[in-house]
Design a binder for this molecule. Structure first.
Ligand code: PXP
Length: 252
């Protein structure tokens, strides 16, 4: 098998979470984005939530103006966010489900149930030249639905797998990895570009990086937390090294 390169997208939302705790300008998520890029990030992801709890509109504008790597705008498929994406024109938009009461994105998009509302959103974003990805559960039928909706990319939700790793539940780890592998293989087979993310850390990332169809991982919370202890530069470099170790397990 020809090994595809694996990109690292660093999500900087939680730099903004810390900044907003005091209402000022420090720490600046755009400074973190620049540092992450210098440390080896291939792209930057930021989630502009409806309630602006971390990233704000001005952060997105500054990221778009200042970054020389692809910007991935994580967003709900609402008319407000689609309008903002059309103005901002980021490299990519990742559509996620969003509930006000959740602490983080809890599950993948219900793309089978929400076909009618997602189709025009995807078309509109694609019409603006934005690469659209759908954040989804790693299931074969969901890959078919994403393809049918005209999305070029899916991001597989790794949250359940990462929970199993944290619990050390070997049977569940094997089950969740098998789901991710099946979905990635099927999705790539029908022409989707496969990304993955959510909850990844240094213990969980290698096995996901070893899934050969996955070409991008988006990682945030662990890296920003680890930056408190190691600095962001070292945290990103350690993650990049773990990803490379995982990828090296793919037979050449
Ligand atoms: N991918 C998507 C679609 C997400 O919603 C998130 C969380 O914002 C991530 C990746 C990154 O997850 P984490 O912060 O747990 O690494």
């Amino acid at each position: 098998m020809n090994t595809l390169p694996l990109r690292l997208g660093v999500n900087i939302d939680h730099v903004a979470t810390v900044r907003n705790a005091r209402g000022g300008t420090h720490p600046d998520p755009i400074r973190a984005a620049h540092l992450a890029v210098l440390a080896g990030a291939d792209g930057i992801t930021a989630h502009l939530r409806e309630d602006r709890r971390h990233i704000r509109d001005q952060d997105m504008e500054r990221l778009k103006r200042q970054l020389f790597v692809p910007l991935n705008f994580e967003m709900a498929a609402t008319s407000e966010m689609i309008g903002l994406a059309a103005q901002l024109r980021p490299h990519a938009a990742c559509l996620v489900p969003e509930k006000r009461e959740e602490r983080t994105t809890e599950g993948g998009l219900d793309i089978i149930g929400a076909h009618a509302s997602l189709r025009p959103a995807i078309q509109e974003l694609k019409g603006e030249g934005i690469r659209v990805s759908l954040f989804v559960e790693p299931e074969v039928e969901v890959m078919d639905a994403a393809c049918d909706l005209g999305a070029p990319v899916v991001e597989l939700h790794t949250g359940t797998y990462c929970e199993a790793v944290l619990e050390g539940d070997e049977a569940r780890i094997a089950h969740e990895l098998a789901r991710l592998r099946r979905a990635a293989e099927h999705g790539a087979g029908i022409g989707l570009e496969i990304h993955a993310g959510h909850g990844l850390d240094l213990n969980s990332v290698r096995a996901v990086a070893a899934i050969p169809q996955i070409v991008e991982l988006n990682i945030g919370h662990f890296l920003i937390g680890e930056a408190i202890f190691l600095g962001l530069d070292e945290a990103v470099r350690a993650m990049r090294a773990a990803m490379d170790e995982g990828r090296a397990q793919v037979p050449a």
